[in-house]
Write a protein that binds this ligand. Structure first.
Ligand SMILES: Nc1ncnc2c1ncn2[C@@H]1O[C@H](COP(=O)(O)OP(=O)(O)OP(=O)(O)O)[C@@H](O)[C@H]1O
Ligand SMILES: [Mg+2]
Length: 200
């Protein structure tokens, strides 16, 4: 089954599509709803859990499994295939651990303001693209956990009244900002997360 994806998403390959646990799903709308219900369960788990540190790569995988594991068999497992976004699958484990070490260092030594650390953490996480799907949603939640639990800071206002998973101006700004960050310019992403005001 092929589902229509918005701009900046990664389509699943046929093997990954086989990982759908619920054979009755036929439309994108049904899939979105099931994933959303799973994510809500996952968020409840995030708030009640004991332990599980955002700088620990096993927590990063467990978080993905909690958010998507009722819907997809491969939830919580790193992708094995190349995507239109993301690094070589064989480098995911090492690059993710490096990001988590860096982010830990940033917080310990106050290298960046909370929102700038959040923007850089988020961008590298989605750029690595650890999982076959759900990377955007997982990394937005992981970023909010970083802000709340490490920086004692409120979460990012990601959607700002829009649906960030559909094509609209907020998603366009988000994807454009991530693409700028790919090229080393973090300014649009800092504006997006509210770390910088737009100067005209
Ligand atoms: N050029 C890019 N550089 C880095 N990350 C990107 C780029 N383009 C898109 N992304 C990220 O990839 C995500 C899409 O990947 P994926 O489909 O795995 O996530 P998703 O949670 O299913 O989708 P989404 O959150 O977009 O609805 C986007 O949400 C965004 O975070
Ligand atoms: Mg997707």
């Amino acid at each position: 089954m092929i589902f229509e994806e918005p701009d900046g998403a990664t389509p699943l390959d046929p093997d990954e599509n086989q990982g759908l646990k619920l054979s009755h799903v036929t439309t994108r709308g049904e899939l979105d709803e099931l994933e959303q219900a799973n994510i809500e369960q996952g968020l409840a788990w995030v708030s009640r859990r004991r332990g599980g540190d955002i700088f620990d790569d096993s927590f990063i995988r467990t978080l993905h499994k909690r958010l998507f594991g009722d819907v997809w068999r491969w939830a919580g497992e790193y992708r094995l295939t190349e995507k239109n976004i993301g690094i070589d699958p064989f480098q995911i484990g090492a690059q993710l651990r490096m990001l988590l070490e860096n982010a830990h260092y940033w917080s310990k030594h106050e290298v960046f303001t909370p929102l700038e650390a959040a923007a850089r953490f988020h961008h590298r996480m989605v750029q690595i693209h650890p999982f076959p799907n759900g990377n955007g949603r997982h990394a937005r939640i992981a970023t909010d956990i970083l802000l709340e639990e490490v920086y004692d800071h409120s979460p990012v206002v990601w959607a700002s009244g829009f649906d960030l998973q559909a094509d609209n101006e907020r998603r366009a700004a988000y994807i454009t900002a991530l693409r700028s960050a790919d090229g080393g310019d973090f300014y649009p992403l800092l504006v997006f997360v509210g770390a910088k005001l737009i100067c005209s």
